[in-house]
Write a protein that binds this ligand. Structure first.
Ligand SMILES: C[S@@+](CC[C@H](N)C(=O)[O-])C[C@H]1O[C@@H](n2cnc3c(N)ncnc32)[C@H](O)[C@@H]1O
Length: 283
């Protein structure tokens, strides 16, 4: 949960991490806009965290690569024509992964969204009209109502990506938003979100890098608030009836081809949820 009027700093920081990955020799994805969007201020935020928690770059790269893959599957195999990015920050999927006939909706806290739009306007060549922009504070507002106001069709399925946001919200806001999504979206819709474990959020992890990460985002004005060791009960309470959760060691094994215990990916997960079993197998 960010301060009422301040644009998210963590959003700028993860954008800089996307720029770093894009420059790698064998990147998991390429975001051609990230470096210019993040700017020197975003890079400085990432560099400080990198020194404290080196696995952060791979963690975020895996997250982006996996969620990019979901967009392809949803559009190409499930004929989903609406992609919603909740808490979009400096996400560029609308520009990076355009699909004919598919509408992107970027939903974010009004302060972050205004900051992003100002940066986009100064970025030559960026297709600003690739997304519809929807302002919403998840602590107070209903994302479905806000989306419908911008032309979202609740009778058509959507892929909803809620990336890097849930840990910063209160549990009440996570529950309210998830419940609203389960009830308000077409039942064929799929919601994907990442979450972290309770120990990381509560500061009870024995690992010093975990403490440093938690403290750092707190200093940026975005303290970690919500953690879960088992997300199934919350998703079931919200109204979802199909839930999958995978951890980042699984993702690393699949996307990088190895398992490295020292990466410290024990607290990070991605959940996929739907009201009905999707018509295709999900990765
Ligand atoms: C770590 S950033 C992630 C941004 C983006 N999803 C990404 O992965 O690059 C956290 C995002 O959560 C959003 N956020 C935090 N609290 C929010 C709230 N109460 N309502 C709406 N968005 C919120 C911030 O504005 C920011 O865009």
């Amino acid at each position: 949960m960010q301060a009422e009027s301040a644009a998210s700093q963590t959003a700028l920081m993860v954008c800089a991490y996307r720029a770093r990955e894009s420059r790698a020799a064998r990147p998991l994805f390429v975001d051609p806009w990230a470096e210019a969007l993040a700017g020197a201020d975003g890079e400085a935020l990432a560099a400080r965290l990198e020194a404290q928690f080196p696995p952060m770059g791979l963690w975020l790269a895996l997250r982006v690569a996996y969620l990019d893959r979901l967009v392809g599957l949803a559009v190409d195999r499930l004929s989903v024509r609406q992609v919603v990015i909740l808490g979009a920050g400096y996400d560029t999927r609308a520009a990076r992964l355009p699909r004919s006939g598919t509408t992107y909706f970027e939903v974010d806290h009004p302060a972050t969204q205004a900051a992003k739009r100002a940066r986009l306007a100064a970025l030559p060549g960026y297709p600003v009209d690739a997304a519809r922009y929807v302002a919403c504070d998840f602590e107070r507002q209903d994302p479905i109502t806000q989306l419908v106001d911008r032309g979202f069709d609740v009778r058509e399925p959507a892929l909803v990506i809620w990336e890097g946001v849930v840990p910063y919200l209160t549990e009440a806001a996570v529950r309210a938003t998830a419940t609203r999504l389960a009830a308000g979206l077409d039942p064929r819709s799929v919601v994907a979100f990442d979450f972290v474990g309770k120990k990381l959020v509560e500061g009870s992890s024995a690992n010093t890098a975990d403490h440093a990460t938690r403290q750092y985002v707190g200093e940026l004005g975005e303290p970690l608030r919500f953690g879960a060791n088992d997300i199934l009960p919350l998703c079931a309470d919200a109204g979802f009836r199909w839930v999958r959760s995978l951890d980042f060691n699984q993702l690393a094994l699949e996307l990088c081809g190895d398992y490295v215990r020292d990466r410290q990916f024990r607290f990070q997960h991605i959940a996929l949820c739907s009201r009905t079993t999707p018509a295709i197998g999900w990765p």
